[in-house]
Ligand binder design. Sequence first.
Ligand code: ZN
Length: 483
Amino acid sequence: MASVTGGDEEVSKKLDMKAYFRAGSAAYQLRDFSSAKTLFHCQLELALDDGNGRAMLQKTDTRLREEQHGDYAFDLITDKLSKANPPVHVADFTAKTEVKTSTGRGRGLFATIDIRAGELVLAEKAFCVPFPHEEQYFNGVKYNVRTGTLALGPSALWKEVVGKLHRHPSLLPKITALSGIWDDMCTSQTFIEGVAVIDSFQIHDIIVRNAYGASAPSKRQAKTGFGFQTPSEDLVSGLWCYASLINHACVSNTRRIFIRDLLVFRGARPIVKGEEITTAYSMSQNFDERQEEQEELWGFRCKCLLCVAESADPATVRKRKKLLEQETNTFIKTHQLRDTGPAPSSATVNKAEKLAKRIKDTYDAEGYAGVPRNAALRLQYRLIQARHDQRNGSECLAAVAEFFKLLAYSHVVVDEHEVDVRPGKGSVVTEEAVRAVGYAAEIMAITGYGRLAAKLEGLAREFYLIVNGMMDGFVGSPGHMLR
Ligand SMILES: [Zn+2]
């Protein structure tokens, strides 16, 4: 900007125009979109018809809409996804959240306004996320001196973050401000002979605590019917600095998905202004496994509504639940209760109902009021599918209603006359919930309940947006699932 002359002659104007354009482009690259907009305006005042300036201003306006309103064109973003494509070019959206102290948990993110279920909570581009097809990607064997264990896994993130900090030392405070495992690590910058000192072990420590395991999405997502992003062989890890401030809850109020290097959070249920934003770090449904993982990786024991309920289970009940889960798995396998399997017999369905009841009986009604009954979900979902396959509309609807009660929905009416389900404070939405409602929609359409079917499909769409982050991959046609 020092080269701007402000002169009136044609030659000065031309030089100034160039300077504004370059400065605007630099601000855009540095993701300072407000400054970029001002600079492109300055440029266009001198050369109204400059095509490059207009194009950049248009792009900048799009980034500002994303940054200020979370106004993302997700379909265009996913349309352009391919291995060869560079990262997603969008702005971050953090306007609905703020950083505050979370009692006993360091910093956390809090809602600055009321947020509806399915609404965008935040979106952030990664500080760094190496993908398997990229040259710098590699797996490494690491020995953990703390736990005395050897593990093979993606190691490029550590190397890439350290490399990025070497190239841009001004970014170091952003990273060292994140919590690590070791206390009292240095957060100030030290320079020796003009070179920033980066403690690569400290960076590793921070990455272990703060990285997210992300799926590397592709167009395969849209081809597999309901394109839920599930952890797969493409699982990678990346660092999202702002989102890493979100604290954990097993029954979290958001769901997260990854669109390449963009991390997106949506409300899993209504979030009120001032409420802390939470996400589930570990996905295990088993209480003991989950607690163990949380303790080892993040150094805490979760005390969310679900953990309070599950920790109150006597050891004998926990053991019974585990045995029943094993019995369920065997039952589902033996009777081929799967998405593409044959329709089950009435005898099989009767047996499944009895097994489901035994699982539900392990739950203490009072202790589990308002929290999901995870052990019962798998079989209940298969029962919905079975009723669908038997073309039994009313039983299918009843099974769906039961499923939402197990997910801890506070208000559940699903019958031939009405569909009304409302989330509770500890309720969750799962991929199966989308399919469950989809099955019910399909059977009601077949049996002549068109209005009800449309309502159920609308509900399936709402849930799909929550669990998939965007509508990409949603298949609305009832025939899709019909066996
Ligand atoms: Zn918990």
